[in-house]
Ligand binder design. Structure first.
Ligand SMILES: CC(C)(COP(=O)(O)OP(=O)(O)OC[C@H]1O[C@@H](n2cnc3c(N)ncnc32)[C@H](O)[C@@H]1OP(=O)(O)O)[C@@H](O)C(=O)NCCC(=O)NCCS
Length: 141
């Protein structure tokens, strides 16, 4: 693809909100988003012709546990291997920035119907024979 650029730790609140909206995840609170980006361990954004069309980020403790969050590719650019590139870059960051001879756990919550995308990248679905369900709680503040 022409003019494709991978940017590290350059994701902005506006780009984040635009991408979330573009994939139908609603428009996030910008103040909350700014803090969330600031507190991320690492972010990747993909620009084509100067426009940011994809993103993903890592949160966690930076040592034992990493969570992949907010992997989004603008609809027009889906199905071209860009989502895979984003996740591979996030995984490379973890491999290159973790303590030697340690084991890290990488978690994520797949959106409905996106489990297969992450399975292809090596993730296991929960629950399985050994692991229980992933669980979440949302609190309205
Ligand atoms: C899910 C998403 C990130 C995938 O990104 P993408 O750029 O479209 O996917 P890619 O082209 O990189 O696909 C990589 C591989 O996963 C496969 N794949 C993509 N989406 C899939 C799905 N929903 N189910 C199963 N496999 C899928 C592709 O066929 C491809 O397979 P291949 O390597 O054998 O060719 C993208 O569709 C998206 O942003 N969706 C809306 C937002 C969203 O739901 N994000 C996930 C939040 S958890």
């Amino acid at each position: 693809m022409d003019n494709i650029k991978l940017l590290e730790n350059k994701l902005t609140t506006e780009q984040f909100c635009n991408l979330q909206k573009a994939v139908g995840f609603g428009r996030p609170n910008p103040i909350q988003t700014e803090k969330a980006i600031e507190n991320s361990i690492y972010s990747v954004s993909i620009s084509i012709g100067g426009e940011v069309i994809g993103m993903g980020r890592l949160v966690g403790d930076g040592a034992r546990i990493f969570y992949i969050q907010d992997v989004c590719i603008a609809p027009k650019f889906q199905g071209k291997g860009i989502g895979k590139l984003v996740v591979q870059k996030l995984l490379a960051y973890i491999k290159n920035n973790s303590i030697e001879n340690s084991t890290v756990t990488i978690g994520l919550m797949a959106a409905k119907g996106k489990e297969g995308f992450y399975e292809k990248l090596g993730f296991l679905i929960r629950p399985n024979e050994k692991l229980g369900n992933g669980m979440i709680m949302k609190i309205k503040i």
